[in-house]
Design a protein around this ligand. Structure first.
Ligand code: GLC
Length: 432
C-alpha cells in the first residue's frame, strides 16, 4: 500500500501551528491568568493555591518524600543540607499497576487498596522503624483544592486514573488512615504539594532566577510564583505558588483528531490542553492519524509516546526500527517512503506539543512582567517527554525566541530531574 500524498499533507497541516497561532494562544493564556487571579471561575485555569512560596535555601534535616502522580510511586528519605545540597539516603518505588497482577488505578480498585499500597512503600522506606519520628512531604500530582499546606482535597482524577472513593476526599486523611491501619504512628504527613510545585521548590532550592515550574511527562501542568498573593497560613518567600492545572486550559486551536480523541477519553471535555501535548496522549493522536493514512479508520493500534520517540530517532536509511514498530502495531509492512511519512507525522505531533507548551510559559512570563523588562530566568521542567523525547528541547527554545524575541534572550528551560521527590522534602522542611 502507499500513503496518499494529499491526505498526508493535509494531516501534517492540521498538526502545524503558525507563529501567529502561537502568539494568539499565548495571549489567551495570559488573559486566562488575569481572569483567574480575579476569579478562577471565570478562567479555564484552576489557579490552585499551594500555601507555599519559595524556599530560602537554608532548609535542613531528614524528611520522607512520597511522590505519587504517575504510574510509579516512589518514597525516598532525603537529607537536606541547605544551599542546594541534599542526599537521598534511601529510595523505594513500585508501579501502581502491573497488568495481569494488580491495578490500583482502575475503576475496580478501591481507595483503601491504593493508600494501603502507599503505606506499605512508606514502611519499606523507613525500614519498618516504629520509634524515630519522620515528617513526610507528599507530592500528589492531581488537581486538589487546599486551604493550607497540609490538606489537599482531590477535585478530579486526571491522566485516566479512575480509582473510586478518592475524588472529593482529603488525601492526607486517606494516607493517615492507611498508615494507622499498618500500625505506623511515627510518620507525620506535614505538606502536600503538586508535582509542578515540587519542581519549582526543588529548582529554586538550587538556583536563583526560578519562577516557573513545569511537568512535561505522562501529564502536563505548570505552576508559578505569584508575588501578589500572601496568606498567613502560607510558608516560604516571594508570594504564593499557584498550581495552574494548565492541562485544563481551553482556549486553544484543537484539530479534528483532538476533538475526536477527547470524546473517547476517560473524561471528555476535561484536560483539553493536556490531551494535545502530554506523553499519555501523543501516541493516541499518532494512532488516529495513522489509521486514517492506512485506511484503517476506527482501528486502535496502541502507539505510545515511547514508540514515537523511537520512530523519530531512527536515522537509518531504510528506517529499520520504525518499520519494526509500525509493522508490529499496525500489521502493515510499509515502504521506506511511507515510513518517512509516519516519522514526519510523529515529529509534527511532537513539535506541536512543544510549541503549545511554550505558549503557556510565555503567557506566564508576559503576565509576571507586565510592562517591565523580562527578567532573565530558567523555567524548571521535569518529566520524561522534556528529558527524552527528541525535538522537544530545541522546539521549546525556538518557540520561546519566536514569541519573546530579543527581549527574551535571558529566558531558557532547565531539566530538574527528580524534582518531585526533592520538592516534597523541601516542602516538609518549610512546614516544620
Ligand atoms: C495532570 C494533573 C496535574 C499534574 C500533571 C503532571 O495534569 O492534573 O496536577 O501536575 O498531570 O503530573
Amino acid at each position: 500500500m502507499s500513503i496518499d500524498e494529499k491526505k498526508f499533507k493535509e494531516i501534517i497541516a492540521e498538526f502545524t501551528l503558525t507563529g501567529e497561532q502561537l502568539r494568539e494562544i499565548a495571549a489567551n493564556f495570559r488573559q486566562d491568568l488575569q481572569l483567574g487571579l480575579k476569579n478562577p471561575d471565570d478562567s479555564s485555569l484552576r489557579m490552585l493555591k499551594s500555601y507555599v512560596g519559595l524556599p530560602d535555601g537554608t532548609e535542613h534535616g531528614e524528611f520522607l518524600a512520597l511522590d505519587f502522580g504517575g504510574t510509579n510511586v516512589r518514597v525516598s528519605r532525603i537529607r537536606l543540607e541547605g544551599e542546594g545540597r541534599f542526599e537521598i539516603t534511601k529510595r523505594v518505588g513500585e508501579p501502581l499497576i502491573i497488568p495481569g497482577k494488580y491495578d490500583y488505578i482502575g475503576k475496580d480498585s478501591t481507595a483503601e487498596q491504593m493508600f494501603d499500597f502507599l503505606a506499605k512503600l512508606i514502611d519499606e522506606a523507613i525500614d519498618n522503624e516504629r520509634e524515630k519520628k519522620f515528617y513526610l512531604g507528599h507530592t500528589f500530582s492531581f488537581p486538589s483544592s487546599q486551604d493550607d499546606l497540609n490538606n489537599a482535597r482531590l477535585i478530579i482524577w486526571t491522566k485516566e486514573f479512575a480509582t473510586p472513593g478518592v475524588e472529593g476526599e482529603v488525601v492526607n486523611d486517606l494516607l493517615t488512615a492507611a498508615l494507622k491501619r499498618r500500625g505506623i504512628e511515627n510518620v507525620e504527613p506535614v505538606a502536600v504539594i503538586n508535582d509542578t510545585v515540587a519542581v519549582l521548590l526543588s529548582a529554586a532550592y538550587k538556583n536563583s532566577g526560578i519562577y516557573i515550574g513545569s511537568i512535561y511527562a505522562t501529564g502536563h501542568n505548570t505552576c508559578y510564583i505569584e508575588p501578589t498573593i500572601h496568606d498567613p497560613k502560607g510558608f516560604g518567600k516571594g508570594g504564593m505558588i499557584l498550581n495552574l492545572e494548565s492541562g485544563g486550559f481551553m482556549k486553544l486551536a484543537p484539530n479534528r483528531f483532538d476533538l475526536e480523541f477527547d470524546k473517547r477519553s476517560e473524561k471528555p471535555g476535561e484536560q483539553r490542553f493536556e490531551k494535545m501535548v502530554s506523553g499519555r496522549y501523543m501516541g493516541e493522536l499518532l494512532d488516529m492519524a495513522t489509521a486514517e493514512l492506512l485506511n484503517d479508520v476506527g482501528k486502535i493500534y496502541g502507539f505510545t509516546s515511547i514508540d514515537m520517540s523511537a520512530i523519530i530517532s531512527d536515522e537509518t536509511p531504510d528506517l529499520k526500527k520504525a518499520a519494526e514498530i509500525v509493522e508490529e502495531k499496525t500489521g502493515h509492512k510499509l515502504e521506506t517512503d511511507d515510513l518517512k511519512k509516519i516519522k514526519e507525522l510523529s515529529s509534527a505531533i511532537v513539535i506541536r506539543s512543544a510549541r503549545l507548551v511554550t505558549t503557556s510559559f510565555v503567557g506566564i512570563i508576559w503576565q509576571r512582567t507586565g510592562n517591565k523588562k523580562i527578567e532573565p530566568q530558567h523555567i524548571a521542567i521535569d518529566g520524561s517527554v522534556y528529558e527524552k523525547m527528541p525535538l522537544v528541547k530545541e522546539n521549546i527554545a525556538h518557540a520561546l525566541s519566536e514569541l519573546l524575541g530579543e527581549e527574551g534572550a535571558g529566558v531558557d528551560t532547565i531539566l530538574d530531574n527528580g524534582g518531585s521527590g526533592l520538592g516534597a522534602a523541601i516542602a516538609a522542611a518549610m512546614a516544620v
